[in-house]
Design a protein around this ligand. Structure first.
Ligand SMILES: Cc1cc2nc3c(=O)[nH]c(=O)nc-3n(C[C@H](O)[C@H](O)[C@H](O)COP(=O)(O)OP(=O)(O)OC[C@H]3O[C@@H](n4cnc5c(N)ncnc54)[C@H](O)[C@@H]3O)c2cc1C
Ligand code: SF4
Length: 506
């Protein structure tokens, strides 16, 4: 019997200043690689390898600091498949009576934890996750009484709270948001700097072999694993990005280019989400580059907004709206997810590129997720639950608190307008404007309907026609429906017929 609590550290809580670790510096720690967590959806194999390897490295760091860590490796302890199994084992072995844990990122796990006191007959203390910059209570207060919750206004509150990019009470440079400057296409011969590769060490090699052995039916390549698995590596990658990419991040934030999976994006999402990088420190380092004259304000503000604004807003909204949030289906979409979401085998060059990057790297950048794979799923009427599951599976940075509102709300508008004020639906013209994909595509982006027309073109108009009753009254959709009303009958009939034929084959 011990009077010290046991601290349970989850796979996305690999931060030295985690609230549970700080609250009980002498307490023993439990970490476990669990079948239930690795397989409740079929996570990309690189994602499982990243988390297990980062967990093993973090456990060693904790031991080096003198902490007592029980680490259960995948499949090595009979009968331990879930957190409850692992806890039962330690309760029996060490006479544990109290558990201390930092709140999880997922509703599913929070429900489970709240039952442990009863099901495991121990005292359970769940402490707030202080790595986030907004507390649940702050967001609830901000949201109270508002008809619409808009990221932009919440973001301004967060700028004021943190002092990031502020000049007294005013935004630095006089504007809160420089998004209008951030929509350039990559010039033809312009090659962004390559990503840093972290060659697997012995720990990662072991994990890669384990994942190959046990997760053969999950999506993804393993031979090119390059993710940072320690805080030091994540910082090295971030420093490389600050030097070589940040100055162009704003300009090319929305750009897509064949063969360039990462463009100027930070590649920090996975590291921040599992705890290897601290979001506030990341934002402060980016702000410092502006003050030292090494990066322009549109790049710095654009990047900080993603973390301080979007990341915090999305997480807060998730906790405010769960569990019902995931059940909404504004358009009543119910089509199955096409198989090519796992293989990339499609004649649509933009989809092939986005899905190819996803399978190869467990990564696609924001515009590919939103305006290519997400846009297609929206226009084609794929069931939100199937799309949500795919996004949760395939990205190294995917955890439900951040994946769900982005997919369900931002990309699919399945929440009817909680995350965004209108659907991010777009025809092929948008993809053509922001990428070089259309020039090498089987389909013709300039053609509205017919066998060789770009599917995004006729699916876009068919979607608008199908959902006029739900979208026609949205003030931000006025222009779209005015254009639809100007469309001649032959084009309208052609669009509907092409969409019908394409969707039947899907
Ligand atoms: C359909 C869809 C699904 C998504 N699923 C996830 C997910 O599972 N996990 C995830 O972390 N992000 C998700 N995002 C948000 C965003 O696409 C990723 O954070 C980003 O692509 C990660 O790559 P990066 O680190 O290179 O990001 P950068 O483009 O360099 O951006 C920097 C950081 O800003 C934050 N950020 C940017 N946009 C968002 C956003 N919309 N919501 C929350 N944080 C944001 C992330 O921490 C990101 O690492 C999703 C977006 C869409 C449209
Ligand atoms: S033509 Fe259409 S399907 Fe082909 S790359 Fe362009 S937008 Fe994608």
């Amino acid at each position: 019997m011990t009077d010290k609590p046991l601290i349970l550290v989850l796979g996305d809580q690999l931060s030295p200043h985690l609230s549970s670790l700080a609250a009980a510096p002498e307490a023993p720690i439990l970490m476990a690689e669990l079948a239930e967590e690795a397989s409740y959806v079929r996570h990309h194999r690189q994602k499982i390898a990243l988390i297990f390897s980062a967990m093993r490295h973090f456990a060693e760091t904790l031991k080096d600091q003198g902490r007592a860590v029980t680490y259960l490796k995948y499949g090595e302890t009979g009968g331990v498949d879930s957190f409850a199994d692992a806890l039962r084992l330690l309760i029996k072995r060490d006479g544990i009576t109290r558990l201390l844990v930092t709140e999880p990122g997922e509703w599913r796990l929070m429900q489970e934890m709240q039952n442990w006191a009863e099901s495991l007959a121990i005292a359970v203390e769940i402490v707030p996750d202080t790595r986030f910059l907004a507390t649940h209570a702050e967001f609830e207060t901000w949201a109270e009484g508002k008809k619409q919750l808009r990221m932009e206004f919440f973001y301004r509150e967060m700028r004021r709270k943190t002092g990031l990019l502020m000049d007294g009470d005013e935004p630095l440079g006089g504007q809160w948001n420089y998004d209008a400057d951030n929509r350039k296409k990559l010039p033809k011969d312009h090659a962004p700097p390559p990503r840093l590769h972290f060659a697997p060490d012995a720990v990662t090699e072991d994990v890669l072999a384990l994942v190959a052995r046990h997760f053969g039916n999950h999506v993804g390549r393993l031979d090119n694993f390059a993710w940072p698995v320690t805080a030091a590596q994540a910082e090295q990658q971030f420093a490389h990005w600050l030097d070589f990419c940040l100055p162009h991040f704003g300009d090319y934030q929305d750009a897509m280019k064949t063969g360039e999976a990462f463009v100027y994006h930070g590649l920090v999402g996975a590291s921040i989400n599992i705890g290897l990088l601290d979001p506030l420190k990341v934002c402060q380092a980016v702000e410092a580059r502006y003050h030292s004259g090494q990066a322009p304000l549109n790049a710095v503000e654009g990047f900080i907004r993603q973390i301080l604004g979007w990341r915090e807003f999305i997480r807060s909204l998730y906790w405010l709206k769960m569990p019902d949030y995931a059940d909404s289906n504004f358009f009543d979409h119910d089509r199955a997810l096409p198989d090519f979401y796992y293989s990339g085998e499609t004649d649509m060059a933009c989809m092939r590129e986005a899905i190819g990057a996803t399978v190869t790297h467990a990564y696609a950048h924001h515009i590919q997720r939103l305006m290519v794979t997400g846009n297609f799923a929206l226009l084609a009427g794929i069931a939100p639950a199937a799309v949500n599951r795919w996004y949760l599976e395939v990205y190294a940075d995917a955890f439900e608190w951040v994946q769900l509102p982005n997919t369900h709300g931002m990309a699919l508008f399945a929440d009817g307008g909680l995350v965004g004020s209108k659907p991010y639906a777009a025809s092929g013209a948008y993809i053509n404007r922001m990428s070089d994909h259309c020039s090498s595509c089987t389909y013709n982006v300039k053609q509205a309907h017919g066998d060789t027309a770009c599917p995004f073109n006729y699916l876009y108009w068919d979607f608008m026609i199908r959902h006029r009753d739900k979208l026609g009254g949205n003030p931000r959709m006025g222009m779209v429906y005015r254009n639809l009303d100007k469309m001649d009958d032959a084009k309208r009939d052609g669009v509907i017929a092409s969409a019908k034929e394409f969707l039947q084959k899907l």
